[in-house]
Write a protein that binds this ligand. Sequence first.
Ligand SMILES: NC(=O)c1ccc[n+]([C@@H]2O[C@H](COP(=O)([O-])OP(=O)(O)OC[C@H]3O[C@@H](n4cnc5c(N)ncnc54)[C@H](OP(=O)(O)O)[C@@H]3O)[C@@H](O)[C@H]2O)c1
Length: 314
Amino acid sequence: MKSVYIAGRSGTSGLLLHEVLQKREDIRLLAPEVQGRDALDRETELLNTADVAILCLPSAAGKKALARITNPTVRVIDTSTTHSVADGWVYGLPELKHGQRDAIRQARRVSGPGCFATGFILALRPLVDCGIVDPATPICVQGIGGYSAGGKRLVEWYEQPEGEAPPQVQVFGLNLEHAQVPEMQQHTGLQRPPLFVPWVGNFHRGMLVSIPLHRDWLRTNASPASVRDVLRDRYAAERLVSIKTRGGLLGSVALSQPLGIGVELFVEGNNDHLLLLARLDNLRKGSAIAAIQNMNLLLGCDEFAGIEENACGG
Ligand SMILES: NC(=O)c1ccc[n+]([C@@H]2O[C@H](COP(=O)([O-])OP(=O)(O)OC[C@H]3O[C@@H](n4cnc5c(N)ncnc54)[C@H](OP(=O)(O)O)[C@@H]3O)[C@@H](O)[C@H]2O)c1
């Protein structure tokens, strides 16, 4: 039986991962009670015993944990942004391009995609690949996420505020240097970093990423319908990416629950300008589901084992 160790199990992502993986009969979860800070030696031993170690830690703590893995047979998934564009690491988005799944299967080090980046890359990359968007185009993107995207401290801040009630919506990353920008650029093939404006809302989970594309930036005539077809072709065989058309009240794309386990892509706008939208749950495909997919590929299991509609709460 294959063994897995989750470092950072008490965190927002780690807890969900643990919840799903403990139901698996084909996997042995190593010592979930052990957590790094209080038991460094024991954790080091576990990190070096597991077939797969999943680091659900902030970037700095993840780097330290990685440095303690000396057993070359241990395969690592790092859910932080630290290695998202690093040499020697495979980007853990199986739907990225042809051959990505095989690259993950053979990898020793896999970098879990950022939550905003997952939506951005899945929406935009096919348009770059098929020549609708010139890779030299300066792209702007906005994304709003629930506060769980900021980890347990932000969850506490929103859910148990000590002073004034937290604002309904906040913009952050005002220096336009969000940690996910490098992966957004590299894994779409853009020649320059996209300008990413992130927002956080007063809701627990869920994420909407929007990319407006001006007519002048498109190389070919493209309508919402034709771009939808491009995305449908590209993701026809993918179980976790779906192309939706608006439904419901006035055709809005809302962040209502449940958001499902995958990513929903929408193409809106008109025959001049396009609006790409990606909707996902930051804690599912934006984090824990992606980690499980990658773990399954590394262990030679069915990629979707343990991933069902109710995986990782709702
Ligand atoms: N949340 C999301 O939607 C999301 C999505 C994609 C990727 N990620 C990435 O996943 C990673 C974990 O995110 P998260 O939201 O789960 O974070 P989190 O809720 O803040 O949890 C962090 C975990 O790391 C532990 N930890 C923190 N500092 C540590 C240190 N110095 N040494 C040892 N352990 C330490 C915490 O332990 P304590 O309980 O003791 O504090 C906790 O178990 C981050 O790199 C994040 O960027 C998160």
